[in-house]
Design a protein around this ligand. Structure first.
Ligand code: DP6
Length: 333
């Protein structure tokens, strides 16, 4: 039965990052990754399949998004194909999709992770597909790799897998870090110069990429141990080193990409100064200039006070861990 469905999903920040693909079409990552899904940032998406439509209609943040649109249309095709296979659709049927983000997209805050998670969840419900969490994660991954993690909340691991069926995310039960805070720090709302999708293809051209691959399995083991015991210093050190390593790959790819802005570097220095004063504060960045500052509730006020005095910082969005995506009864159209 076709119905209108609306889901809210949250983007994530990877502590060990997905960077490089072994299969570009299926979006199979070269390595596994671990992320925190953030409750303060969200994408809300309404989907309705309608036999009277003559084409898909996709609106993101009030605009017909030409760039993202084709990726969204490909994802709708993928989901339609699944619905035809399962017999829940008897013939192809176009959809109307309206999506809104409460944070600036294409600025390195992973709007595609929450966007493709919300789209997958809403389309699944709209078509009555009733896919399992694992199937949803596999499907979301094919829209945007990081979206496979945002089918869940909290701390999530993406198992790299060698086939589509074995490459999906699983939530990790990490009660000792339930209170971790991420101060999302906006230093610019420019559209970033390099999309993650394009960046993944450049990754193997860095002379340091092979060394990174060698060290990654051990990094994942160490991070999981630190998350398990709630060792915030170890988590923060690993996360910040990983973000810098990831940007080193960007800086040494051919062609190279310098995505760090003066504001990003100012935030990196500020968290170092905070650590010298005994404050738990560590920085991470994705493919972009905006930063995530990881801290603890008892240090949050001081971290925010320091960040907001930096002239380069436009806005901070304090966040905790998300409990996962959810269905909403209020639709966007
Ligand atoms: C640096 O998931 O956005 O944020 O699969 O091409 O859509 P596509 O890439 P995407 O890449 C995310 C890269 C990253 C690291 C991470 O989130 O793990």
């Amino acid at each position: 039965m076709l119905q209108k469905a609306t889901f809210r999903a949250h983007p994530d920040i990877a502590l060990v990052k997905y960077w490089g693909k072994k299969d570009e079409v299926l979006r199979l990552p070269i390595n596994g990754s671990i992320s925190l899904v953030l409750d303060a940032l969200e994408t809300v998406t309404t989907v309705a399949f309608d036999p009277s439509l003559t084409s898909d209609q996709v609106m993101i943040d009030g605009e017909l998004e030409v760039g993202e649109q084709s990726r969204v249309l490909q994802h709708l095709d993928r989901i339609r194909h699944r619905a035809l296979e399962r017999g829940v659709l008897s013939q192809p049927c176009y959809a109307r999709v309206v999506s809104v983000n409460n944070f600036p997209k294409s600025t390195g805050l992973s709007s595609s992770s929450s966007g493709f998670a919300a789209l997958t969840l809403a389309a699944n419900r709209a078509l009555g597909l009733e896919l399992s969490d694992r199937e949803l994660s596999i499907l979301a991954r094919q829209g945007s790799g990081s979206a496979c993690r945002c089918i869940f909340g909290g701390v999530v691991e993406w198992l790299d897998g060698d086939t589509s069926e074995t490459s999906y995310a699983v939530p990790l039960d990490m009660p000792k870090i339930a209170k971790i805070r991420d101060i999302v720090t906006i230093v610019s709302q420019d559209r970033k110069q390099l999309s993650s999708t394009a960046g993944h293809n450049l990754a193997p051209s860095s002379p340091f990429f092979a060394a990174r691959q060698e060290l990654l399995p051990q990094k994942i083991v160490l991070l999981k141990q630190a998350l398990q015991v709630g060792d915030f210093t170890a988590i923060g050190e690993l996360a910040e080193a990983e973000a810098l390593e990831f940007h080193s790959i960007l800086l040494t790819s051919k062609p190279n990409a310098l995505l760090l802005y003066p504001g990003t570097v100012a935030v990196l220095h500020a968290v170092r100064r905070l650590r010298e004063q005994g404050v738990v504060a560590y920085c991470s960045m994705n493919t972009g200039f905006n930063a995530h500052v990881l801290t603890l509730p008892e240090h949050e006020a001081q971290v925010i006070a320091t960040l907001t005095t930096l002239p380069e910082v436009q806005k901070v969005i304090p966040s905790g861990l998300s409990k996962g995506p959810g269905e909403l009864q209020q639709h966007l159209f």
